[in-house]
Write a protein that binds this ligand. Structure first.
Ligand SMILES: CC(=O)[C@](C)(O)C(=O)O
Length: 294
């Protein structure tokens, strides 16, 4: 039976007045009567007893109220579930970050997001953080995690996740240290010590500036892409490196290296998410962005 008929029946079962119910449904009392008659034919029993002065429900009519309410409830429930399905955000986001960032941040970022938006699929690409911002600018990724440069392009939005000091690290083993002309912590011959630094990017800019300030030309032994590998090279005794502490904290080699106290200290990394400001008009990216609180 159609939902409109069920609603009309329920209205009449409450009003017990053909004139009021016909008015409510903008039909004449005789059309309403015909409607009810058709329903009674389908049900096979009279639903109402009527005479000139009053209208009463029959026992079958009473039972039919239960059926009508249940089926309308089920119908509404069904419609709601369709509506929810269309309102639920679905789609794909691509995210670029370093392996370290995936260890440190993805769990926190994604654990709530996954529950709230199960239909948003995530594509995570990991690698050297240096090109992370560029990849967003070039639309290779929707979002990336990286350190904020001193000048962020105006079409990019940035949201901080963490501050991580940028530190000089040396091998912990005293013999390995001595082999590097750095026999005492804090006493390093900066002109000769082999340096292991980022090939490029913010860390490299800061290290180069630091050496310039010291008026020393660094002896660059290795240029590495990806901070994790800098820790490995230093742990193996190849030189002194520069990495954000975040990378150290997540490195299996953390116990093989030590942080050197240097003055002045390097400017810390301001690590966070990048996306194109334009992309925030996309509800999926906006949903991801909005659930990050620094
Ligand atoms: C998140 C980031 O880009 C770091 C901290 O620099 C890294 O993981 O190397």
């Amino acid at each position: 039976m159609d939902t409109k008929s069920l609603r009309i029946f329920l209205h009449l079962s409450e009003s017990l007045s053909f004139s009021r119910t016909s008015e409510a449904y903008h039909m004449s009392p005789s059309t309403l009567s015909r409607h009810i008659k058709q329903m009674e034919d389908v049900v096979g029993y009279p639903l109402f007893l009527r005479d000139n002065r009053s209208v009463h429900l029959t026992p079958e009519g009473e039972k039919f109220i239960i059926y009508a309410k249940e089926s309308l409830g089920a119908w509404e429930h069904f419609q709601q579930s369709l509506a929810n399905q269309f309102q639920e955000l679905a789609g794909e986001i691509s995210l670029y970050c370093s392996v370290t960032a995936s260890y440190s941040f993805l769990y926190t970022i994604l654990s709530e997001f996954r529950g709230r938006y199960p239909k948003i699929e995530l594509k995570v690409h990991t690698g050297d953080p240096v090109p992370a911002m560029e990849r967003v600018l070039n639309r290779l990724e929707d979002i990336s995690i990286a350190a904020r440069p001193n000048h962020v392009p105006t079409n990019l939005a940035f949201k901080r996740i963490a501050i991580s000091p940028l530190v000089f690290i040396a091998p912990k083993d005293p013999q390995a240290l001595r082999a590097l002309n750095a026999n005492e912590v804090g006493k390093v011959d900066w002109a000769t010590v082999p340096m292991i630094v980022s090939e490029d990017g913010i860390a490299r800019v800061r290290v180069d500036q630091w050496f310039k300030q010291q008026q020393v030309k660094p002896n660059i032994y290795a240029q590495v892409s990806g901070n994790e590998a800098i820790v490995s090279m230093v742990a193996l005794g190849f030189g002194i490196g520069v990495v954000p502490t975040l990378v150290l904290d997540n490195s299996p080699l953390v116990d093989s290296v030590q942080i050197l106290k240097v003055s002045p200290e390097l400017e810390a990394f301001d690590v966070g998410l990048f996306t194109l400001k334009k992309s925030l008009a996309n509800p999926i990216i906006k949903a991801f962005w909005d659930q990050i609180t620094d």
